[in-house]
Ligand binder design. Structure first.
Ligand code: HEM
Ligand SMILES: [Cu+2]
Length: 548
């Protein structure tokens, strides 16, 4: 990578165009809004991580000695709520999606720049209410807010937490609408649907779920609030309601929402694998359509969260079958990525290590999802640590690995600087090892019967919990490392060339960092997104050319 050493004269770009606070807080530039999101969700990530640390410390010993049970309930609830609604859901779409979508399709900005800024403010407003709910004493319902606990029995700040999520949901809806319209209307000349990078396809599918699913969650939370305040009898059986109805409504959003979290991770991985294996993605159309298939079938499987919640056996059978169907498009992706790697000229650089980490963890998470979709297994392990391990493998292992991989891959574009490759690789390895040490023992504990959501447990489970807490400490170090060296690179890192990885996407055609309006000239797209030639790794054909 000799190109990195060449000094570049820095022209006007989106970062140095204006330095005032106003220019950031009122910006309509999708790239700056992406940065606002990076800063804010990093904050939420470490806040959620703080609660996770406390949870793991409590579980170091069998009795509930560090915190009382009621405090513990609040700790894991706040952890889950913040991580899911304020970190994972916005993570990749709001940061990398915002930054890259227009660049990748050759547009000057998103379709609705003001709506884009509004989405950030709405998320921040939701965050403020969430923090107020925390300061006011916390919430103890878990991130799922199950009734009748949330409506009748909990005396915590359920109302403010529900309001916070209700508000934050609009951020998702706005972003989804913006992305959908942008992909339809703003593509550069020559950018046909089947020349779209797979990242864009995934963002499109994610946006569909955001727009179609989030309103259901919003309405559900309004109903919970009404039930608490007015007792209208939607969920409370003593006044004619149905507590299980809540679960249907909640999972109708929240199962698809797990794909809001993981599809963007897949989006990143497709780009990284093609660029670092120097090969066109195998089965491009299959990968593109599998995103849409996941988005659509994802809406049909919510009942697999309710196998033991009094639903009829026939309903469970159908939901079980449909859950297996949703695994097919995920498997297609894994197969096509593997086929892309096969005979590729692989470069083991930081983003690639992260992408491989994603693959490993996602496969374990996905396969254990199939265990859970099998009725007899689920009856045994429901509400145990097996479930906790399953969704952490996918959401934390998968999504966060991919998010960090993406941040490293596009960091030169975003910041105009290179980071230390050595530290980058080290962080990927530390995170991978720390992650497995944290969560693998939980599969075993869960299978052996350790229930979730308790501050105390029987002494037999201590060894597994000590391993898990030790792993969490390593994981924490792993997550702090990129924070430190990426910030360091902002000032001391070598200047980045426009295309440090010799990648073919349109975003690498413009300077690093890009000028305020993305491209000096209008890009004209003449070919598909992955024109890599494995025989000669340094020959690559850019996706488009810039015309005056
Ligand atoms: C690959 C296909 C997948 C299948 C068949 C599957 C299946 C399941 C099932 C049946 C449960 C319920 C377990 C129980 O509570 O007893 C479950 C829980 C969960 N799954 Fe998956 N899953 C899959 C993929 C995913 C993905 C991709 C994600 C996230 C991105 C995810 C996130 C979750 C979460 C968050 C829960 C826990 C819900 C709770 O709080 O109880 N799953 N999964
Ligand atoms: Cu589900």
């Amino acid at each position: 990578m000799a190109a990195i050493a060449t000094p570049h004269t820095r022209t006007s770009n989106y970062l140095n165009a204006d330095y005032s606070w106003r220019s950031w807080l009122l910006t309509l530039d999708h790239k700056r809004i992406g940065i606002l999101y990076i800063v804010s969700i990093t904050f939420f990530f470490f806040l959620g991580g703080l609660f996770a640390t406390l949870v793991r410390l409590e579980l170091l010993t069998p009795p509930a000695d560090l915190f009382a049970g009621t405090t513990y309930n609040k700790l894991f609830s706040m952890h889950g709520i913040i991580m899911v609604f304020f970190f994972l859901v916005p993570s990749i779409p709001a940061t990398l999606g915002n930054f890259l979508l227009p660049l990748m399709i050759g547009a000057r900005d998103l379709a609705f720049p003001r709506l884009n800024l509004a989405s950030w403010y709405v998320l921040m407003l939701g965050g403020v209410f969430m923090i107020l709910a925390m300061i006011g004493g916390g919430v103890d319902t878990g991130w799922t807010f199950y009734t009748p606990f949330s409506t009748t029995f909990s005396n915590t700040n359920v109302f403010y937490a529900a309001l916070a999520i209700f508000i934050a949901g609009f951020s998702s809806i706005f972003t989804g609408i913006n992305f959908i319209v942008t992909v339809h209307k703003m593509r550069a000349p020559g950018m046909t649907w089947f020349r779209l990078p797979l990242f864009v396809w995934s963002m499109y599918a994610t946006s569909l779920i955001m727009v179609l699913g989030t309103p259901v969650l919003a309405i559900t939370l309004v109903l919970v609030a009404l039930e608490r305040i007015l007792g209208i009898g939607i969920f409370d059986p003593s006044i004619g309601g149905d507590a299980v109805l809540f679960q249907h409504l909640f999972w109708f959003y929240s199962h698809p929402a797990v794909y809001i979290m993981v599809l963007p991770g897949m989006a990143v991985v497709s780009e990284v694998i093609a660029a670092f294996a120097r090969r066109p993605i195998f089965g491009y159309k299959f990968v593109a359509f599998s995103s849409l298939a996941i988005a659509i079938i994802g809406f049909l499987v919510w009942g697999h969260h309710m196998f033991v919640s009094s639903q009829s056996m026939y309903a469970s059978l159908v939901f079980s079958l449909l859950s297996y169907l949703v695994a097919i498009p995920s498997a297609i992706k894994v197969f096509n990525w593997t086929a892309t790697l096969y005979k590729g000229s692989i470069r083991w650089q930081t983003p690639m290590l992260y992408a491989m980490g994603f693959l490993g963890l996602f496969v374990i998470g996905g396969l254990t999802g199939l265990f859970l979709a099998a009725l007899p297994v689920d009856v045994h392990v429901h509400d145990t640590y097996f479930v906790v391990a399953h969704f952490h493998y996918i959401m934390v292992g998968g999504t966060i690995m991919a998010y960090l991989g993406g941040i490293h891959y596009w960091w030169p574009k975003i910041s105009g600087r290179m980071y230390s490759e050595w530290l980058g690789k080290l962080s990927a390895v530390v995170i991978f090892l720390g992650f497995n040490l944290t969560f693998f023992p939980q599969f075993i504990a869960g299978y052996m019967g350790m229930p979730r959501r308790y501050a105390a447990y029987v002494p037999e489970f201590q060894v597994l919990n000590v391993l898990s807490t030790a792993g969490a400490s390593i994981l924490a170090v792993g997550y702090l490392m990129p924070l430190v060296y990426l910030l360091w690179s902002l000032r001391y890192g070598p200047l980045a060339p426009p295309n440090p990885w010799e990648a073919t996407g349109l975003e690498w055609e413009t300077s690093s960092p890009p000028p305020p309006h993305n491209f000096a000239k209008t890009p004209v797209v003449t070919r598909g997104p992955y024109a890599y030639t494995p025989e000669d790794v340094h020959t690559f054909v850019p996706q488009g050319e810039l015309r005056g």
